[in-house]
Design a protein around this ligand. Sequence first.
Ligand code: DQA
Length: 148
Amino acid sequence: MKIWIINGPNINLLGTREPDVYGHETMESINRQIQTYLTDHGHLYDFFQSNSEGALIDKIQEALNEQVDGIVINPAAYTHYSYAIHDALKSVSIPTVEVHLSAIHSREAFRKDSVIAPACIGQVSGFGSASYLLGVQALELHLSKENA
Ligand code: DQA
């Protein structure tokens, strides 16, 4: 399978960014763990992070041309208001899992709503860096059923 991991704004600052909320692991360290898992399970992959909405949308559109099987995305703050990222995911129609390190439903009121979730097959939230691996595993399960 070809699986892309996409991260939105400020995820590049993990490790130093509000460690009480997001933990001490860097994005690079989290990506290395996911990369090991994806390699061990025979998947092709790509990692992408941007602080810009347009760049994230371009990457999602590129996934269609590259015949990507599934996406794991942490849209970060765009989760809560980017209808453009929602539309991009709907447009490419690639199975996508939304992930969050923090438990967005237990935080400030503005974080409870995800405008991205309706364009995704599911959401993993609140397990720290493990949310990504759980997201990848949920995607694998979904894709294996889809291809059965
Ligand atoms: C986040 C949660 C968002 O509300 C926040 O804006 C982020 C990170 C998370 O992974 O917990 O940047 O997506």
